[in-house]
Design a protein around this ligand. Sequence first.
Ligand code: UD1
Length: 345
Amino acid sequence: MAQLLITGGAGFIGSHTCLILLEAGYDLVVLDNFSNSSSESLRRVAELSKIGHEDRLKVFEGDIRSREDLDRVFFSARDGIHAVVHFAGLKAVGESLLFPLAYWDVNVGGSRTLLAAMRRHGCRTIVFSSSATLYGDPREVPITEKSKVQPINPYGRTKAAIEKMLSGYAKAEAGWRIAFLRYFNPVGAHQSGQIGESPSGIPNNLFPFVSQVAIGLRDHLQVFGGDWPTKDGTAIRDYIHVMDLAEGHRAALELLQHEEPQVLTFNLGSGQGYSVIEVIKAFEQESGRSVPYVIGARRKGDVACSVADPSYAAKCLGWRTKRSLNEMCRDSWLWQQSSPQGYLE
Ligand code: UD1
């Protein structure tokens, strides 16, 4: 079976995608520097996927900015790497405002080094982990792939720059198969509760924060703004279950491999928007715990509403989300209960 390189495979979306790809029969080589992840996630992925021998999931500690690390990984594949799924990168908006050069270095520089390694080793298929953050404050909702790319923070700018670098390269050299997957808000966890999101320190994102309030690690949630122009005044997002998202990667890989070389862009979201208050209520229902909150000021850089138009992905990939907001809450809660400190224990 085809062997894939998964950069950043130990992270939240990476680990769930590794599981789906192992179950689909792919052999995987993961390259991760574990700067914001733990190898424990991959140990659990191996366990959950019941892979017979460890040859099917090889793990290398290394950096996408290192030519040597990349060569080591490509040479490790007996029959070559057929395709790359590229997750590795820095991903916190607030941090990107404080340390923009780190974002250009790791995200853009790392992707450039990866692209060069792919050329050296004759691999021309890549699925790139992009983000809906590159739409900035969208002019129209739902957001289609044709909506304007206008990122409003360094993190989003690096995602847009990587897309440009890769699609520009595909014009310069024939034979590239590239998919940009623009994720909306990935949340939830594998239904076993064994793998999930393991943020270090105080979580920035809504779901990990709500989970920690529900379990009693934090007193209350601060809702960022109650005066947005939405039905209940709190901001609306398109939350997508991480297992649906992982399945989107498998669908994109399959399409790329079976079609002519091309560059494709997909919005991966559910097409359904929920407010912060609706998320809190659904989480309370699924956990049976109360989630105290206070309405505070808006967070700088937030937008009122971000919802995907997922119809292009449905048409081309034959993929759509299957899991509801309540399932996202249920699985996040299961993960929170089974691993209250993430992978740290
Ligand atoms: C954030 C990133 C986005 C990234 C995405 C990945 C920012 C500004 N954007 O999106 O680039 O692709 O995560 O999942 O960080 N909220 C609260 N209280 C909290 C935390 C969040 O009210 O303690 C609200 C936010 O204002 C927002 C919603 O919950 O309306 C979702 O927030 P979050 O999970 O951080 O995701 P985004 O900001 O949409």
